[in-house]
Design a protein around this ligand. Structure first.
Ligand SMILES: *Cc1c(COP(=O)(O)O)cnc(C)c1O
Length: 392
């Protein structure tokens, strides 16, 4: 039973707890092996450098790149900024046009808007009602001065998986660099930068049971060699692309988290899909409830629904004692604005407000799902009852 103070956590797209096995791997690097990986004159530096090297290899294997193509950052926000602003600056003589999608995370949209203020032009592709982009529309958007396409791997609100292989092929055909924000996708769905022809990929640890404050940008080194102008200047770490002393414990934890998630990916995907489908089957019995995003081409642990005939805020309040979920995007929930992702699908503002994002994860059980479904159904029915019986 959840206590009033510890509701069931179903917000795994916002963040996840650190897996105890990840924490165990990190601990020695805070105290015993505390050296600076850039210190080349003594054993403290060497052992930290060895740990970073091993982590780089694990992450590189996870996405099929070379270890020297991994640039550590503070997370996916920084990786997206480095990719988009870094490419814009490095390729400005080739062109000033960028293509992205209206449903991207603000860590992609905001750097694009910033570049517009500097004179770049950005095409924001719409999405179809299922949340996927139209490849023909992407194809029509290429211009001779297009330098970058940025399309996320998995959406943080509705979980939909964009067709990376097809997008990569189109970008290669038009000789335009392809960046993908894979913050929600890493170690949850297969990612292969070689097969998918991805040139830059943003990663983060804290959505996959690793620590917060660490991520990476994959930057392709050959065919083609991608140039990225640094956004942080200093000691020239990470091949000059990102200066700053490497955060060894976080890097070790990041790699451990990805390694564990990959080892358990096949079984965990099945388990999460079963829980997700179980939740949806129960919720759909209340009627007039709609699934947001493609029914199958989505992250296994994601369920995003809109409930007709209820007030979004009241719905969330009714659920809060039992379950921790998001309504709209967590990153914009401070503002009272309908989710830009749900409105891009064509949802009315009312249905966008009255939406719930369930992010089911590693530590959730079937009993928890049943309890959440029960509470949600009771809340929806009571809100609808109030609405029906109240005088007009
Ligand atoms: C969480 C998230 C980010 C931001 O990642 P941080 O590591 O928290 O900076 C960027 N993009 C997507 C799709 C995300 O889900």
């Amino acid at each position: 039973m959840p206590s009033l103070y510890r509701p069931i956590y179903l917000d795994c797209h916002a963040t996840t707890p650190v897996d105890p096995r990840v924490l165990d791997a990190m601990v020695p690097y805070f105290t015993e092996h505390f050296g600076n990986p850039a210190s080349v004159t003594h054993a403290y530096g060497w052992e930290a450098e060895a740990a970073v090297k091993k982590a780089r290899e694990i992450l590189a294997t996870a996405i099929s790149c070379g270890p020297e193509e991994i640039v550590f950052t503070s997370g996916a926000t920084e990786a997206n900024n480095l990719a988009i602003k870094g490419v814009a600056e490095a390729y400005i003589s080739k062109g000033r046009h960028i293509i992205t999608v209206s449903t991207e995370h603000s860590a992609v949209l905001d750097p694009c808007r910033y570049l517009e203020s500097l004179g770049f032009e950005v095409t924001y592709l719409p999405v179809q009602p299922d949340g996927l982009i139209d490849l023909a529309e992407l194809e029509r958007s290429f211009r001779p001065d297009t330098i970058l396409v940025s399309v996320m791997a998995a959406n943080n609100e509705i979980g939909v998986l964009q067709p990376l292989t097809e997008i990569g092929a189109l970008c290669r055909q038009h000789q335009v660099l392809f960046h993908t924000d894979a913050a929600q996708a890493i170690a949850k769905i297969p990612l292969d930068v070689a097969a998918m022809r991805i040139d830059l990929m943003s990663l983060t640890a804290h959505k996959v049971y690793g620590p917060k404050g660490i991520g990476a940008l994959y930057v392709r080194r050959r065919n083609p060699r991608v140039q990225v102008a640094p956004q942080l200047h200093g000691g020239g770490h990470e091949r000059g692309m990102r200066s700053g002393t490497l955060y060894t414990p976080q890097i070790v934890g990041f790699a451990k988290a990805v390694e564990l998630a990959l080892a358990e990916q096949a079984t965990e995907t099945q388990r999460l899909m079963q829980l997700r489908d179980r939740l949806w089957q129960q919720l759909s019995t209340v009627g007039n409830i709609y699934l947001n995003g493609h029914p199958t081409q989505r992250l296994p642990g994601n369920l995003n629904v809109s409930v007709a005939g209820v007030d979004g805020q009241a719905l969330l309040l009714g659920l809060q004692p039992v379950v921790a979920v998001s309504s709209g995007s967590a990153c914009t929930s401070a503002e009272i604005k309908p989710s830009h992702v749900l409105t891009a699908l064509g949802r009315s503002p009312e249905l966008a407000y009255a939406s719930l994002r369930f992010g089911i994860g590693r530590f959730n059980t079937e009993a928890e799902i049943d309890q959440v479904a029960e509470q949600a159904i009771a809340t929806i029915q009571s809100l609808r009852g109030v609405a029906v019986s109240s005088p007009a």
